[in-house]
Design a protein around this ligand. Structure first.
Ligand SMILES: Nc1ncnc2c1ncn2[C@@H]1O[C@H](COP(=O)(O)OP(=O)(O)OP(=O)(O)O)[C@@H](O)[C@H]1O
Ligand SMILES: [Mg+2]
Length: 473
């Protein structure tokens, strides 16, 4: 929904004409950030007042550059003088008054549009900061799913809760990431929050054999705190818990926000959380991801992700191989790729891990190894692939990978990983390169702020398999 100068100029004129009636048309104002952020702590009935504030601000700015134009608008609309009277007051002909008035309204609309663009860009940057990936990965076979989620979220009606469901590594977070990237460019939602139900707090352990403890996962209180912070409701921050929740609810019920809750199934008590979210919703939408089914909840629109089709899987394999500049790719035949697909299925993460192995092993060796995994469950398939990748690592790389569950989900910096792994920065960079090539570690962030993290499935493998049973089963 791109707002044009023409449309806004018309809206400014109409609002000026109705200045003393205390009313305004809803569109386009109710979709503009410069207006809706003034509504954050008021009811939608305050829209005309918020619009007036925006116009008065813009008028004050116009006064700095063009006193005459601002004065004319004040006389005509705020003081309500007819054109003839305004013309007399300003020593102009009526004709000139109309011309100058039109130009002044357009200048005012242009200024508001600039502020709106700035506000949208700022908001987009803040929202994108919260995403797990900085550079969106190329995704295959998700267009229909993406459209389905976007169309669900565009409804101004119940159920207000939607969920993307599917097994680990199937692409839930990636799909929702793509949804957010699309919506952040629009004004459909006043703001977008991204909360991961998976918490990052671990207890440090001495030696690899000791158990790693995870602190309690997301609770309702933590969710409320995170939303208050991310959505910028600073005034609610200091309130006692019940008032804070009531305040948050009032705002989420007043204007449309979008709240992503990723990895819902890891929340303390996700069954109890769903009805609580339903309370906060409308017109705010909640978009959840979960490995567990939520089909039992009547008020949740569910979308299940299945394996990629054979064609999409092949595309993914080809893309991964070419972006990773793998040698020998020229000799890879369609049939080779089909063989990988036949064993690994359309599980994107499994396919990426296998391409990673091709750094060290030839494609035929990777396929050979995989034959033994044929017919196993997806869990076994992943376990099998991870053990293969693990077997390709140097001792130092294993040491580094094993500490990665201690690093925050948003990623750890080189120095932090160096401290945890006791591997110095220099060799550590080489090790990380090896792990990235194998698709075992993800890198994100800017050149000045590189952050390294592992996927949840990689983490599960490390915690459940490697740290419990340090030898291959
Ligand atoms: N459609 C796709 N095309 C290409 N790559 C994909 C696709 N879907 C997912 N991936 C890649 O597969 C990996 C796993 O995806 P993602 O993290 O979204 O899975 P998930 O379902 O959220 O898993 P989990 O339940 O463990 O959180 C990521 O590296 C992602 O980039
Ligand atoms: Mg995920």
């Amino acid at each position: 929904m791109k707002l044009t100068l023409e449309e806004l100029t018309r809206a400014v004129h109409t609002t000026f004409r109705r200045w003393h009636r205390g009313e305004t048309e809803a569109r386009p104002w109710n979709e503009m950030l410069v207006v809706t952020r003034r509504l954050a702590d008021r009811t939608p009935a305050a829209l005309p007042l918020a619009v007036k504030e925006v116009l008065l601000n813009a008028l004050a700015e116009l006064e700095q550059q063009a006193v005459g134009s601002a004065q004319l608008l004040r006389l005509r609309f705020l003081d309500g003088l007819p054109a003839t009277a305004a013309a007399n007051r300003m020593n102009l002909t009526e004709n000139v008054v109309y011309k100058q008035q039109a130009a002044a309204i357009e200048a005012l609309a242009a200024a508001i549009l600039r502020s709106e663009s700035e506000a949208r860009a700022e908001k987009a940057a803040r929202v994108l900061e919260r995403l797990e990936t900085k550079e969106p990965p190329r995704l295959f076979g998700i267009h229909d799913k993406l459209d389905q989620v976007l169309s669900t979220l565009s409804a101004h009606g119940p159920p207000w809760l939607a969920a993307v469901l599917g097994i680990g590594g199937i692409g839930k977070t990636s799909l929702v990431d793509a949804v957010v990237r699309r919506l952040v460019e629009t004004s459909q939602f006043v703001n977008i929050a991204w909360v991961s139900a998976r918490q990052d707090r671990f207890t440090f352990w001495n030696g690899l054999e000791e158990k790693v403890l995870r602190d309690a996962a997301l609770s309702m209180e933590e969710l409320v705190d995170t939303l208050v912070e991310q959505l910028g409701f600073l005034d609610l921050g200091q309130l006692p818990a019940t008032q804070k929740r009531a305040g948050l609810r009032a705002r989420l019920n007043a204007s449309p926000y979008l709240v992503i809750v990723d990895n819902l199934e890891t929340a303390v008590d996700y069954q109890a959380l769903v009805p609580e979210l339903q309370n906060l919703a409308n017109p705010t939408w909640f978009l959840l991801t979960s490995r567990h089914s939520l089909h039992d909840y009547p008020g949740v629109r569910c979308l299940s992700l299945d394996e990629l089709s054979e064609n999409d899987s092949l595309e993914l394999l080809r893309h991964e191989m070419s972006t990773r500049c793998l040698e020998g790719i020229a000799g890879v035949t369609e049939e080779d790729l089909r063989q990988v697909y036949r064993v690994a299925g359309g599980n994107p993460l499994a396919l990426k891990l296998l391409v990673g192995q091709m750094y060290t092993l030839s494609l035929s060796k990777v396929i050979d190894n995989l034959r033994q995994a044929r017919g196993r469950s997806v869990e076994d398939l992943y376990r099998y692939i991870y053990w293969q990748s693990w077997s390709l690592l140097t001792d130092q790389a294993r040491k580094v990978l094993a500490i990665m569950p201690l690093v925050a989900q948003s990623g750890g910096q080189l120095e932090h990983i160096a401290t945890l792994s006791e591997v110095e920065n220099g060799p550590l960079l080489d090790v990380l390169q090896q792990l990235i090539a194998l698709c075992l570690v993800n890198v994100r962030g800017s050149v000045d702020d590189r952050r390294y993290s592992v996927h949840r499935l990689t983490e599960t493998f490390l915690l459940n398999e490697v740290l419990k049973w340090p030898t291959m089963p």
